[in-house]
Design a protein around this ligand. Structure first.
Ligand SMILES: Nc1ncnc2c1ncn2[C@@H]1O[C@H](COP(=O)(O)OP(=O)(O)OP(=O)(O)O)[C@@H](O)[C@H]1O
Ligand SMILES: [Mg+2]
Length: 303
């Protein structure tokens, strides 16, 4: 894996390049952002309104995304409910990763990317000027296709995104809790000071999940989190996702239809052209979709 650890002093992000060449960012421990609020701490503005019907946590309204002049997403509307697993499926290049990155403003890190429309998280448009992307990414964590631990100890990996300025953070306790929630604690309890890179692929991915959940997010975004893993490690990750979904809202991109059918409650089908064609209960999508194009995709006629 290529690592490109460069610190960006301006915005408190540590930027790296993941296996697919996409810049990714983790909030740094020294960030100015106030945990628990999305707002830029230098601005004294009230938080967003909580939506009336309550259990929608993420709402996209007419989202278009462009990379320079090429449009990757067209008019995406979706309301993702709180907790449970929402799967994003569709053929390669239809914009699944682009949409996932739109949710926690990871597309900000891609120079060519431009987002139009509204993306509301708990009622607040995350593209408003007063939203701090670093604070947002603590609330909406992300896990990538290839496990990407930092070349640091297991403990430091998990503690990496914590806001150490928050007075009552007990780092050791938070690290242990996150590792436990990520179903990794038992395996690494005696080696918290060893490098995260010495773990197996499946363990590394659970470490990355622990890192994402340590700051106590509300939402975890996962982009094909098991596609680089063997079947046993994959099944551990799937079990873990189902456990996490009791407490967190999980949005997962997967190429594996069986996996989507197994672990998700809701499924969104994106098709070529960057359109979200159908979004419904997973059973309905897989058994009786409304759109013929969706049925063709699900049954393997194309894609
Ligand atoms: N960093 C980028 N710069 C320019 N174009 C990009 C970038 N990332 C994605 N695209 C383009 O946007 C479109 C959607 O890509 P995206 O990666 O979101 O698709 P995907 O559904 O996640 O595909 P896959 O299943 O292969 O991962 C594609 O046409 C892709 O070439
Ligand atoms: Mg993708």
């Amino acid at each position: 894996m290529t690592r490109n650890d460069t610190r960006n002093a301006d915005d408190g992000d540590e930027q790296r390049t993941n296996s697919s060449g996409t810049a990714v960012s983790e909030p740094t421990a020294g960030s100015e952002a106030t945990s628990g609020s999305l707002l830029d701490s230098s601005l004294d503005v009230e938080g967003g309104s909580v939506p009336a019907g309550a259990d929608t946590v993420i709402e996209a309204r007419d989202i278009d995304v462009f990379y320079d002049d090429a449009q990757a997403l067209q008019g995406v509307d979706i309301e993702i409910p709180e907790n449970g697993v929402t799967a994003l499926i569709g053929p390669s290049g239809c914009g699944k990763s682009t949409f996932l990155r739109t949710i926690n403003r990871m597309n900000d890190l891609i120079d060519a990317a431009r987002v139009e429309g509204e993306l509301r998280f708990e009622g607040k448009n995350v593209y408003d000027d007063d939203v701090d992307p670093v604070a947002l990414r603590r609330k909406i964590g992300m896990v990538f296709q290839t496990p990407n631990p930092f070349p640091k100890s297991i403990r430091d990996n998990v503690a990496f995104g914590l806001d150490v300025q928050e007075k009552d953070v007990d780092v050791d306790e938070t690290v242990r809790t996150a590792l436990e929630r990520a179903a990794l604690l038992e395996e690494v309890e005696d080696q918290l000071d060893s490098s995260g890179l010495d773990l197996s692929g499946g363990q590394q991915q659970r470490l990355c999940i622990a890192r994402a959940i340590a700051p106590d997010p509300d939402v975890i975004l996962m982009d094909e989190p098991a596609s680089a893993l063997d079947p046993i490690a994959t099944s551990k990750i799937e079990d873990l996702i189902e456990d996490l979904a009791e407490e967190y809202t999980v949005v997962i991109v997967t190429h594996n239809m069986q996996q989507a059918a197994r672990i998700s409650d809701k499924t969104a089908v994106f098709l070529t052209g960057g359109e979200l064609v159908e979004f419904d209960d997973t059973d309905k999508i897989f058994q009786n979709p409304e759109h013929e194009r969706v049925e063709d995709y699900i049954t393997g006629k194309f894609g």
